[in-house]
Design a protein around this ligand. Structure first.
Ligand code: XMP
Length: 507
């Protein structure tokens, strides 16, 4: 890809660096991430952004920058957080370091109304995470914004060097995107970001890394793994998708995934391990033990299918990278770690045999990429589905009978959500089983059957969620269909619990 006039983002180690890249892309400009020590390899950029980072500029091994080289590019430069402190020092100012990090919201009060702060409110909220603060300013430096205490939080050196103490890339900085846009507006014409070009770049990287080696990738039918497999196929590498059916998938799901892959021309191996999983799970009611059995068996079955493949591709996304680095305790990250970072993968990684082409992307960008490859909107807009499948929607021990009941209830619920237009408006929805039998009347006879719980939530990142206020006629229709069409259910409940304190799944 032509790298003329792109935005070069230098990574000083902040966990938000990739978010800067993403925001710049959202603003329509092509951005690329580099390590500061590779400053000489950034081609002909149109702008340079120095990211934040965990270090203090006074640390012995604090990351540095070749300032003469930086200036030699003669393009506008924006230093964010650590990047600003570093610029301040390079221009001859000084920085007060502190052992305490200041986190959280702060007020932003621009001193100027042009340049970085054109169209920015006289007072707005920004988000900070820093330990260093500005002490002395260099001669050519002017303060362009302060916080609520009057402390300088944004500086300008000469005409084209800017610094901001806060993080404009996070949504808690309410006008952060506009500030980034204003910075980009101070630059000349910048290279445009087009997902098609980006795809081409990914494809070239994949070809270089894989050559004619055999590449396998695990697929679940979800967005990430599907986009990955289709991308590998489009790159023309020798790819084999592997799908493990643990007997915990939804109604017709395995057949649909297989048909979709065949239609898209991606070779797929379906491993039917349902008997094996259900036998291992029989009689086990403890949620964590169930998870463990499923996780371990999945790994065994998957690696048996992988055999001696030379390369392994994974659909790891940027938030997964961040999450495993920063939040080892979250359930999702533990599970993903379980699957994506087991010893054998670590070994393969060391040998350069693991490929994670989507690791720079966010979910919506993956969807956009998938759309350019003709993947059905139905697949791209699928709700998330947990790795352990229906097991986490069926408290207590699992039987095929219970799982079949869930499959039937869930299929009706999802069908009705889709036909009423509510599927797209919910973040995740499903029917589960409440493994308690209650008395009812079906026809003229007493029934003694299970209940199903319907759950529909909205969420941004699964960390918090709220239940969806579905219209009563829709709930009425779903309930009536389930009670009439599904054997084994005589009660339908709607789950009106938010997360927290509840979770999205039941286990
Ligand atoms: P909870 O139930 O924790 O779910 O509110 C949050 C999100 O994570 C999904 N989830 C899982 N995904 N393995 C996964 O891959 C798991 O064990 C797992 N448990 C929950 C869940 O579907 C929701 O999107």
């Amino acid at each position: 890809m032509e790298e003329i006039n792109h935005v070069a983002v230098l990574d000083f180690g902040s966990q938000y660096t990739q978010l800067i890249v993403r925001r710049v892309r959202e603003l329509g400009c092509f951005a690329k991430l580099y390590q500061p020590e590779n400053l000489s390899e950034i081609g002909k950029p149109g702008a340079i952004i120095l990211s934040g980072g965990p270090s203090s500029t006074s640390d012995e091994d604090a990351p540095d920058i070749d300032f003469d080289l930086l200036k030699s590019y003669q393009v506008p430069v924006l230093g964010v957080c650590y990047g600003m402190q570093l610029l301040n020092i390079k221009f001859g100012g000084s920085v007060k370091s502190s052992k305490h990090r200041e986190y959280g919201q702060a007020g932003l009060f621009p001193v100027v109304t042009e340049g970085l702060y054109a169209d920015i409110s006289a007072e707005s909220q920004v988000w900070m995470s820093h330990s260093d603060t500005v002490d002395h300013l260099a001669d050519n430096c002017k303060i362009i914004a302060k916080n609520q205490h009057g402390t300088p939080v944004s500086l300008q050196w000469g005409e084209t060097f800017y610094g901001i103490q806060f993080h404009p890339e996070v949504t808690h900085s309410h006008e952060g995107t506009q500030i980034l846009k204003n910075f980009l507006n101070t630059c000349g014409e910048l290279a445009e970001f087009k997902i098609e070009d980006f795809k081409q770049e990914l494809i070239e990287g994949i070809r270089q890394k894989c050559g004619d080696k055999q590449v396998v990738c695990g697929v679940s039918g979800g967005v990430d793994s599907t986009v990955l497999a289709v991308l590998l196929n489009e790159a023309g590498v020798n790819v084999q998708a592997i799908y493990v059916d643990q007997g915990l998938m939804r109604k017709n799901e395995t057949a649909e995934v297989e048909a979709n892959f065949k239609r898209m021309g991606v070779p797929i191996t379906v491993v039917d391990a349902s008997e094996r999983f259900l036998t291992a799970l029989a009689g086990e009611a403890d949620p964590e033990k169930k998870r463990k059995i499923i996780g371990n068996m999945f790994i065994d079955v998957f690696w048996d299918a992988v055999g001696n493949a030379e390369m392994l591709a994974q659909g790891t996304l940027y938030p997964d990278v961040i999450e495993s680095a920063s939040n080892e305790n979250s359930k999702a990250s533990t599970i993903k770690t379980h699957h994506n970072r087991v010893d054998r993968i670590l070994e393969m990684q060391k040998e350069g045999k693991v490929l994670e082409p989507l690791a720079e992307l966010f979910k919506d960008e993956v969807r956009e990429l998938g759309a350019t490859m003709g993947i059905d909107a139905d697949i791209l807009n699928r709700h998330p589905f947990p790795g352990p499948g229906l097991a986490v929607r069926c408290p207590g021990d699992l039987t095929k009978e219970k799982l079949d009941i869930i499959r039937d209830c869930d299929a009706i619920f999802i069908e009705e959500l889709k036909s009423s237009g509510w599927y797209e408006k919910t973040w995740q929805a499903y029917a589960g089983l409440i493994p308690v039998k209650t008395v009812g009347v079906k026809g003229d006879e007493r029934s003694y059957e299970f209940a199903t719980n319907l759950r529909a939530v909205i969420s941004e990142d699964a960390m918090t969620a709220d239940w969806v206020d579905l219209p009563t006629p829709l709930l009425r229709k779903v309930s009536s269909r389930i009670l009439n069409e599904v054997d084994g259910i005589n009660r339908v409940l709607y789950d009106i619990s938010s997360k927290p304190p509840a979770s999205i799944e039941w286990e």
